[in-house]
Design a protein around this ligand. Sequence first.
Ligand code: PYC
Length: 309
Amino acid sequence: MQCRVIDSHTGGEPTRTIVSEVPFIGGSVAARLAMMREQFDFLRTALIHEPRGSEVMVGAVVLPAIDPKNTAGVIFFNNAGYLGMCGHGTIGVVETLRWLGRLQPGRHCFETCVGEVQAILHEDRRVTLENVASYRVASNCPIRLADGLLLSADISYGGNYFALLDVSHTDWLDRPAGYLIDRATEILGLVQKQYPQVDHIELFGPAVSRDNDSRSFVLCPGHQYDRSPCGTGTSAKLACLAADGELAPGQRWLQESFIGSVFEASYEWLDKASKQIRPSVSARAFVNGDLQLVVDPEDPFCWGIPSRP
Ligand code: PYC
């Protein structure tokens, strides 16, 4: 089996993109995702699970577009399964296709399983993602932790569902990542009792750099944290800021990640009455690997180590 994958990172968060032809053809991206999940999930586990991959990695498959006016379709996946959309991953895919000579600067439309997104590849290799319609679902939901701490969560959609919690009155963002993973995992369990669709937790507070507007720690579904500021998470955050009147359309927002990388974002209203916005998220990705998959039938872990229970 020939399978070429290109590695990149966007703000420190890796994207491993399959650029060879894959056998799941026909139908929408959602239909092809279902086929991959049912019949070809070994590709996901081979690329993302150890020993070839890691818990932090996001994978992408580039597919022929259904609509000929579009550039490509994309399926995103991680150690836990499949993602609706992925912001850092889209920017990584665009840089990957540019690096391969398959994409020129300009506007490109990608089909994802949650809808079409636009990506503008600039001459300086920055990429601006114009994401799917994003909106806040609920605000000020009380979350009581086991130690008695009371927090408040906004539930918001930016291509994936997030619970966003202000933790600026705690010292959490000064603590090691493992502490935040544990706290965010507890919060996820509590949030999902009322909002089962939420699979990402975004804890935010003041930025470290005075140039930036906010710093966030994003827990992903595979219980690892996003090294980047998270494109869909930044979109969900902008939907909350827009709904609260705290950020004007077109105003620049600099979102800092837990490791200090930055995404530049802004939004336009899609529908002011229902507070739906179109977020734009800009960043640059870097290609850092070009891999040919080798599957040795004598290797017991050639398709990845199964997930730990
Ligand atoms: O950038 O949207 C994102 C993302 C989702 C999960 C990891 N990164």
